[in-house]
Write a protein that binds this ligand. Structure first.
Ligand code: 6GU
Length: 250
């Protein structure tokens, strides 16, 4: 079972992932375990402070290294007690490596994850060399803390675990597994506000449907995320489909 520990000043935020949806069901099925650690419980001074003013001045506060290292140490101990010798220790920070499907797959292969969700202006830099294997960001914008980012990592990793998704869903069918955006989806009614479902989807011809979906995925990726196409080579058949899409001007 994947062991996840998160160090956070706001453990209750994680109710969102433990009580609902794919991550909630996977926890019930014991596909992973989640333990939350509050650095406040590891505070060392008389005021139980976990943050202080930045050296050099400037706005905001910085998380002190000692309570964080102690909390991470406790998480490591717990992981060891479950048989995880070397969990991956990840600091969620906007300065980190951008999360993408390749990193999600890497993290999914770990036996254990320990994540630090920082708050305020950040954590004392001297922790970086001592405890973290990785620094990870979920995008080029600033959140008020690493908690939502840690939950994003959790959701993306947990849905990859065998048994996390139902038969109808499948992580192998997900967008990005093949380096492309997803194709469009339709359900009833056949006509909605004058817009029809593409006839091929009603044809029952599964070879044609598969081809149409791949063409749409290629076309939408070309239109919306040309950076993804640049990272991926196209097969001869895919090139033909993309050229068709461009000519049809969908
Ligand atoms: Cl990991 N943390 C914070 N605070 N903001 C972010 C982020 C992480 N990733 C993107 N923005």
């Amino acid at each position: 079972m994947l062991q996840i520990d998160v160090v956070t000043l706001f453990p209750r935020m994680f109710d969102a992932v433990t009580t609902s949806g794919v991550t909630g069901r996977a926890l019930e099925r014991r596909l992973y375990d989640l333990v939350l650690w509050n650095p406040r419980d590891f505070a060392v001074n008389a005021y139980r402070a976990i943050d202080d003013r930045p050296y050099g001045g400037g706005p905001g506060m910085v998380m002190m290294p000692e309570p964080l290292e102690k909390a991470i140490g406790a998480a490591r101990q717990r992981q060891k007690s479950t048989g995880v010798v070397k969990p991956r220790v990840v600091h969620l920070t906007p300065q980190g490596r951008l999360l993408d499907n390749a990193l999600v797959v890497e993290l999914t292969q770990e036996q254990g994850l320990v994540m630090l969700a920082g708050r305020y202006e950040g954590v004392d830099e001297r922790l970086a060399g001592r405890v973290f294997d990785d620094e990870v960001s979920i995008g080029d914008y600033v959140l008020s803390g690493g908690e939502l980012a840690a939950m994003v990592v959790m959701d993306a990793v947990v849905r990859q675990l065998p048994g996390a998704l139902g038969d109808a869903e499948s992580a192998s069918q997900d967008s990005f597994v093949n380096g492309l955006l997803d194709h469009p989806h339709y359900t009833r009614p056949e006509s909605y506000e004058g817009a029809m479902v593409p006839p091929v989807l009603l044809s029952g011809n599964h070879a044609q449907i598969t081809k149409w979906r791949l063409k749409q995925a290629l076309g939408r990726t070309w239109q919306r995320r040309p950076d993804l196409l640049a990272k991926r080579s196209l097969s001869a058949a895919e090139s033909v489909l993309l050229e068709e899409f461009k000519k049809e001007g969908s």
